[in-house]
Write a protein that binds this ligand. Structure first.
Ligand code: ADP
Ligand code: MG
Length: 260
């Protein structure tokens, strides 16, 4: 069953130098409980798509259903059922981890007691218990990312949107985050819509990958299917698949646009 489906979803920005077609008509579906890797180079339209699907930005074209609610007619319904972790989190450096978690619970209409209990529960779940009393300014990059995710989970969303959750993290924190995403899905059945520009991350985490470039979907399938199709073998790396597809020479995956 599809928990997200979009049809011709589009967003054009009016700028001084003319219209920028950031997203030019995206059609995709995501199954309930799926981990979807939304992959594409910088500027492909990943964040813009995410901001539309999370109701933060009105589309200029197309339609979408998210968690059973129509994006345009029932944005409040969508908001109640999703969590969103932005590309760079917005926690208050003056506050403690506990205070941020409780505040978020209160924003979702939990009582003081419920919010306090939920903060403890999430901290235990995300390995933040020892850090509850610490100021958010004192957290490491990986700890901070776990807090961002905990904040996105306060209201037990059916769908969690993560925008480049591991950009800037060291390898150990990246591995921790991958484990966390897998566990979320396994234990809570959470659907995870994850953007990344790391091919290895999409390969390791995603059940299915949707590749966007220049505001449109250019490839789609399981990691194995994409490798088979574009590199001739399911044992190839995704990097191989995209090199075969684009005919470009190898380069560091985190800096090179995947032009498909
Ligand atoms: N608010 C905005 N105004 C004008 N152009 C924008 C705005 N937001 C994004 N863009 C442009 O839209 C394109 C897609 O951006 P974005 O969705 O952030 O890509 P990604 O997240 O894949 O790196 C880029 O060309 C970007 O410069
Ligand atoms: Mg982005």
């Amino acid at each position: 069953m599809a928990i997200i489906s979009t049809a011709g979803l589009a967003r054009t920005f009016a700028t001084k130098s003319g219209p920028v077609e950031a997203v030019r008509g995206v059609d995709l579906t995501v199954g309930a409980g799926e981990i979807l890797g939304f992959l594409g180079p910088n500027g492909a339209g990943k964040t813009t798509t995410l901001r539309m699907l999370t109701t933060l930005l009105p589309p200029t074209g197309g339609a979408a259903t998210v968690a059973g609610c129509d994006l345009l007619r029932d944005p409040a319904g969508v908001r109640a059922r999703i969590g969103y972790v932005a590309q760079s989190g917005g926690v208050d450096p003056q506050e403690t981890v506990r205070a941020e978690l409780v505040l978020q619970g209160r924003l979702y209409h939990l009582s003081k007691d419920e919010a306090a209990a939920r903060a403890e529960e999430l901290a235990a779940d995300l390995g933040l218990t020892e850090l509850l009393g610490r100021s958010t300014a004192a957290l490491s990059g990986g700890q901070r990312r776990r807090l961002d995710i905990a904040l996105g989970l306060v209201h037990r969303p059916a769908v969690l949107f993560l925008d480049e959750p591991t950009t800037g993290l060291d390898p150990a924190s990246r591995a921790d985050l991958w484990k966390l995403v897998r566990r979320l899905r396994a234990e809570h059945g959470t659907t995870v819509f994850l953007t990344t520009h790391y091919l290895d991350e999409a390969d390791a985490l995603a059940d299915r990958i949707v590749v966007v470039d220049k505001g449109v979907v250019v490839a789609e399938g399981t990691p194995a299917a994409l490798k088979e199709r574009y590199a001739g073998s399911p044992d190839a790396t995704l990097q191989d698949a995209f090199l075969a597809l684009t005919g470009r020479g190898p380069a560091p995956v985190d800096t090179t646009p995947v032009a498909v």
